[in-house]
Ligand binder design. Sequence first.
Ligand SMILES: C[S@@+](CC[C@H](N)C(=O)[O-])C[C@H]1O[C@@H](n2cnc3c(N)ncnc32)[C@H](O)[C@@H]1O
Length: 465
Amino acid sequence: MDTVERRPKKGEEVEVMIETIDRRGRAVGEVDGHPIALTRGIPGDRVRARVTKRRRAELQGVPLEMLERGPDFVDARCAHAQSCGGCRFQDLAYGAQLELLRGHICAALAGAYVPCGEIDPVIGCPEPWKYRNKMELSFGAIRWVEPEEPEGVARDFALGFHAPGRFDRVLDVSECHLLFEGGMEFVVTARELAKELKLSAWNQHTHEGLLRHLVLRRGVHTGETLAYIVTSAGGEVVESFIERYAALHPELSTLVHGVNPGVADVATSSERRVVKGPGWITERLCGVEFRISPESFFQTNTLQAERLFEIVREEAAVRDADLVYDLYSGAGSLSLLLAAAARVTGFELSTEAVADAEANAARNGISNVTFVAGDLAETIASVNERPDVLVCDPPRSGMHEKVVEKVIELAPPRIVHVSCNVHTAARDLARLVHHGYELVRVRPVDLFPHTPHVECVFTLERRAS
Ligand SMILES: C[S@@+](CC[C@H](N)C(=O)[O-])C[C@H]1O[C@@H](n2cnc3c(N)ncnc32)[C@H](O)[C@@H]1O
């Protein structure tokens, strides 16, 4: 008879051999036959860990000591690597990251019972550092304090990223290896100026404090830089902060100030003022020029976005007589890149993104592309013309059920589904496959090196019923 090993208790110390990293970026191994997920670690690590939770499906824990490092271990670059969580895979060799991501794609499709023809290797980023053309930083009234920091250190101001799992604690970052070249200077100025003027940072518990977000965007091919500062209110002291910030960074192409008095922790604003420049920056991708406003969606890795868009263009294979729908079209990048078709219609929720998309079409002299603003679940309901090609690039949460139903009803012969979340994509693809589509190819591109996210282009063809 098999003996069942005792399940370790909460608080117990155990030794774990890490086997893989799951889709949430957790290091997964086994203790006496019981699965355990740790907050850190890479495959092949032998770790002494403490059990912190006993869930029905798994134990959870935190590593206490690395006893042996896995074969693909590399030194992390960033001083904040242990506390930040922004680049979860920093200590895993880049080639191993790409293998791991491909494994996640295969597992997600298999888990949703989606049969697939070909799954290409993940296309790596030629320069996997400083690739982010956009960074959203939070001001926080409760700074994340490291365990080794002395008692009594100042903790009432931070500018950086939320500590993992802590909505109220902000890690005060002094370096970030994903942020575009020179970006940290804009962060340092904002922090120093706020301290000099004694401006308070937003407190997530009391919903008080003036400074909320600093958003930075860079046009990699144009060299233009945008700063978007969001505060909870206006007033003289805020105006003075904004004016001095602009003066300290004359190289900023544009500076926008937004006011967000609401409680939701989002870098958005109900009132906005352009302090300097046009209120947007420009970027060029695959020969098309784009205007990017503070809140419009734009792919965050410019160089890899170009590779992604070339792949979408190849897979869409539009002909000049085609009608193309671009669902979740953002500022119109894919719509404009597919404008070799007879007509393209983009559908997008954000009115700001649609305004950008229309301006982008005009700026590039493209007249056969139109955009429909609003929630796709509603705007697509009255559409009846069948497109020859349907491109779909939903947010991380995937497609709304009503949108999937409508796509099935419209029955386009070819669908190119682009997604940065293979799990919601697998769910949506499963429904399409169930209704007569075949997933013929998957072409993944790493747009987010050192993170568990991967962008995929899924090509589906409709089979005759
Ligand atoms: C991943 S982005 C794709 C953007 C575009 N394809 C690109 O590459 O620039 C997803 C877009 O979906 C939009 N979106 C989110 N929810 C939506 C909804 N319910 N209806 C329409 N668009 C939505 C977002 O505003 C965002 O612009």
